[in-house]
Ligand binder design. Structure first.
Ligand code: SF4
Length: 364
């Protein structure tokens, strides 16, 4: 096993990222084999349980209410709907269901109670359950853990410096605080980011510094390639080059040897050969399902055919960590505290986000 370091510097990571490609691939693949079975891939299904109408201004996101996009918003799904989708995901090889809600933060109340019931229901189907619900407090993390949540996703998106150019309604520290609240429970941490938002290699390295210096490092790290959606501030960004994706995956693998590195948004733009190179470079997880929240994703059958072609097998649930116990709502030891996160940066504005908002007003 190679050593897990928590003191990576930006300079060291840039040097790795810029290595001659064959050397980078060889190093990443060697580390990958020391820590993982290279023929196993973990498959997650992402389910948007509440779509659109979000109050945040993330520059890449079609679900932000302030931008003009074609997203059809919907209210929170029912527990029965979620159960049906989870069973479908299980039958097509997914070991994990990740439920996403377009919320700034979790608010205690009926809707959160419903989400907790969804977590209990999916955990009882013997699938790993992940949630991505925005900022959460320690108490909310404890309640999710008690319901049987396996993982919580909260991406750092980019470096701290570039984050300010993409989102004005939250600070980087807000993200780190939520990750810390999750870490205080038995829930595993899923945190990664997006490339192709106009950031430079230093920003990509900066994000990997932030993730790799967490102790413990996140158990899973999604690497997304921006899907530029019309109406969002980042609508004109060019598609990410496959070589950038491969370099990013390989570098992530080297600095976070144990982490499951997940190919996420942007896979429809990647060829099977490109994806195979990413698996060789250390990716060992994908999001399956025809949609990733709101953007397109390859067909599940296509993915299964690709795995067959590559001789890869889907990972069984709870391979890395045992299944959490589910405590029923009436036996919970936690009460809802009704806490609200503070608006940390009320004065911060981003020109292109403001321009997209103004344009949307004229079109709506
Ligand atoms: S990424 Fe999440 S928090 Fe940001 S606008 Fe979209 S739904 Fe809201």
């Amino acid at each position: 096993m190679s050593e897990i370091r928590h003191n990576w510097t930006k300079e060291e990571i840039i040097e790795i990222y810029n290595k001659p490609l064959m050397e980078l691939l060889y190093e990443a693949a060697t580390i990958h084999r020391l820590h993982h079975d290279p023929n196993v891939v973990q498959v997650s299904t992402l389910l948007s349980i509440k779509t659109g109408g979000c109050s945040e201004d993330c520059g890449y996101c079609p679900q932000a209410a302030r931008y003009h996009t074609d997203i059809e918003g919907n209210d929170l799904m029912s527990v029965q709907q979620v159960k049906a989708q989870a069973l479908r995901a299980k039958s097509t090889g997914s070991s994990r269901v990740c439920m996403g809600a377009a919320w700034r933060n979790v608010k205690d109340g009926e809707e959160f109670d419903e989400v907790l019931e969804m977590v209990r229901t999916i955990n009882k189907l013997d699938m790993e359950v992940c949630c991505t619900l925005g900022m959460i407090t320690k108490n909310q993390a404890q309640r999710l853990a008690e319901a049987g949540l396996y993982a919580y996703n909260h991406n750092l998106d980019s470096s701290e410096e570039y984050y300010k150019e993409v989102i004005s309604t939250r600070g980087y520290q807000d993200r780190l605080d939520t990750i810390d609240n999750v870490r205080k429970t038995s829930i595993t941490v899923c945190s990664g980011g997006i490339i192709g938002m106009g950031e430079n290699v230093e920003d990509r390295a900066g994000m990997l510094v932030a993730l790799s210096t967490l102790n413990p490092q996140p158990e899973s790290t999604p690497i997304n390639a921006l899907v530029a959606v019309e109406g969002t501030p980042l609508e004109d960004e060019k598609p990410v080059e496959i070589w950038d994706m491969i370099r990013m995956v390989a570098t992530t693998r080297i600095v976070m040897p144990e982490t499951q590195v997940r190919l996420s948004a942007g896979r429809t733009q990647m060829s099977q050969e490109g994806q195979a190179m990413c698996f060789f470079a250390g990716a060992n997880s994908i999001f399956a399902g025809d949609k990733l929240l709101t953007t397109p994703n390859p067909d599940v059958n296509e993915d299964m055919k690709m795995f067959e072609l590559l001789g890869m097998n889907p990972q069984k649930p709870f391979t890395k960590k045992e299944q959490p116990q589910t405590v029923e709502a009436n036996n919970s030891q936690y009460e809802a505290l009704g806490e609200k996160p503070k608006w940390t940066r009320p004065e911060h504005t981003i020109e292109r986000n403001e321009a997209a908002k103004t344009k949307a007003k004229t079109l709506k």
